[in-house]
Ligand binder design. Structure first.
Ligand code: AMP
Ligand code: ZN
Length: 138
């Protein structure tokens, strides 16, 4: 709910934040629990939970903001790389139910790790999942 949403409260100015930038559509701030210096969040001003909920026009404005902020963060931190992360729903680690992009400056030997061992498909599983996704798209 937008009423109780922490990001909506930040946008409305009801709670303080390390705001970096805002325009008509988006708001950008430093994450208050950063995993790297310059860890930045970009959020739409309107409350939508995930990428599945936000209308395409709003999403275009959001992704334009993500690119603008990524350019700024990378240049300001001199980072040789960056991650852009979006968590969708609780099962994927989304803690704040207001869609947001994380921009994380990355450096060699920065000790940030994503432990994601690749899985092996079981017999027939790959074809089945491909067919199911294609069917949804029809
Ligand atoms: P997620 O797990 O993708 O929902 O990430 C939510 C992020 O929001 C976390 O990285 C938090 O540290 C960050 N966060 C939560 N509350 C605030 C706040 N008041 N100001 C800045 N960042 C916040
Ligand atoms: Zn919200």
């Amino acid at each position: 709910m937008a009423e109780e949403c922490i990001f909506c409260k930040i946008i409305r100015g009801e709670i303080p934040s390390d705001k970096i930038y805002e325009n008509k559509h988006i708001f950008s701030l430093l994450d208050n629990n950063p995993i790297a210096p310059g860890h930045t969040l970009v959020i739409p001003k309107k409350h939508f939970k995930t990428i599945l909920d936000i209308p395409e026009q709003e999403l275009c404005e959001l992704i334009k903001g993500v690119k603008k902020m990524t350019m700024a963060v990378v240049e300001a931190t001199d980072a040789p790389g960056f991650n852009i992360i979006v968590n969708g729903k609780k099962a994927a680690g989304q803690l704040v139910d207001h869609i947001h992009f994380h921009i994380i400056p990355r450096f060699k030997h920065d000790n940030i790790r994503y432990e994601c061992p690749a899985i092996k498909y079981k017999e027939g599983q790959k074809q089945e999942i491909m067919d199911r996704i294609k069917k949804v798209l029809k």
